[in-house]
Design a protein around this ligand. Structure first.
Ligand SMILES: CSC[C@H]1O[C@H](OP(=O)(O)O)[C@H](O)[C@@H]1O
Ligand SMILES: Nc1ncnc2[nH]cnc12
Length: 325
């Protein structure tokens, strides 16, 4: 017997999104999507980085789709959106409440999370201006709350199998979207995650390459692990903004450089995200009951453990519902 009322049966919103996007640097909202709800959610771990918006995408991407939203007819799939650094980029990567962010999405009934991330490329196979869909994580962070099973809740000990930190079907959906959009991308890669907020030294960057990393981020840990602990599919759409300390002869990364390149690439990023959300929504819909069939089967953590941890902590509170962005 599940101790957890299905999260989406809680009176959160009548608009249940089964897929969510976590927007990283440069992506603080989904331009063109029709926002239906803006939810201020509190969780047992505190508030998430931003309100969660539930929005409807356009039905399909079309020619002349400058902003990648498909034209904004607002009749496509529902998607939940959360800004990782807050709307005004006020939360540094090492200060993000990753647990609250993932919990908030789970509490809405979200089953799959696409994490949008600006990353550095450490090697020539992962070049600036292209995309990557990482398949491995090399954690170099410290001090981050990286589990729901740390004794703060009255649940048993759980050990997450983390050999494959990203969801295979969700990665495949991103790769298919990148192919449909004719984007240049790497279909795999190990992402080293540094604590930040500073960027790496040349020696650190070289050491990460020696350790097998091709990509570098400040936020791809612990998001994948926390999503897996809550039995949500999770994959990252990484846009490579720079060559980190300049292994290819380019100038070393700065925040301004990252922001400038993200702004220029935003229509491409949005187009891939929208395309993937449409595919995933259709995939989830054809895999009823949720998380229990076909390629969308999820078996990272015993569902009973997730039920226990959510039930023990009590549901998230969605006290405030706003309208508008
Ligand atoms: C502003 S540059 C450094 C910043 O950009 C990346 O953010 P995100 O992963 O959220 O797209 C990187 O991880 C740093 O947080
Ligand atoms: N070079 C880099 N290092 C860490 N995080 C990044 N995000 C974008 N570029 C990065």
């Amino acid at each position: 017997m599940s101790l957890l009322p299905e999260p989406h049966q809680e009176p959160r919103t009548e608009h249940r999104a089964r897929i969510a996007i976590i927007g990283g640097t440069g992506l603080y909202k989904l331009p063109g999507a029709v926002v239906l709800d803006t939810l201020d959610i509190t969780t047992p771990f505190g508030p998430p980085s931003s309100a969660v918006t539930v929005a409807r995408l356009a039905t399909q991407a079309g020619p002349g789709d400058e902003d990648g939203d498909g034209g904004g007819d607002g009749e496509g799939p529902l998607v939940a959106f959360l800004s990782r650094h807050g709307r005004g980029h006020s939360v540094a990567p090492q200060q993000i409440n990753y647990r609250a962010n993932l919990w908030a999405l789970k509490s809405l009934g979200v089953e799959a999370v696409i994490s949008s991330a600006a990353v550095g490329g450490l090697v020539s196979s992962h070049g600036t201006g292209t995309f990557a869909v990482p398949d491995q994580v090399l954690d170099k962070t410290w001090g981050r709350a990286d589990t729901f099973y740390d004794g703060s809740l009255p649940t048993g000990v759980q050990h997450l199998p983390a050999a494959e930190p990203y969801s295979a079907p969700l990665r495949a959906a991103l790769i298919a979207a990148l192919e449909r959009r004719s984007e240049d991308f790497a279909g795999a890669g190990t992402v080293a995650v540094i604590n930040g907020p500073r960027f790496s030294t040349k020696a650190e960057s070289a050491a990460l390459v020696q350790s097998g990393a091709q990509l570098i981020s400040m936020t791809q840990y612990p998001e994948p692990m926390l999503a897996a602990e809550l039995n949500m599919h999770f994959a990252a759409l990484a846009f490579i903004t720079d060559a980190d300390t300049g292994h290819d002869g380019s100038e070393p990364v700065t925040a301004d450089l990252v922001l400038g390149r993200l702004a220029a690439a935003q229509p491409r990023i949005l187009a891939v995200l929208s395309d993937a959300v449409r595919t995933v929504s259709a995939g989830l819909a054809s895999a009823e009951p949720a998380n229990d069939g076909g390629m969308w089967r999820m078996a990272l953590m015993p569902p009973a453990a997730v039920a226990t941890v959510m039930g023990a902590a009590g549901p998230a509170s969605h006290g405030t519902k706003r309208t508008g962005p």
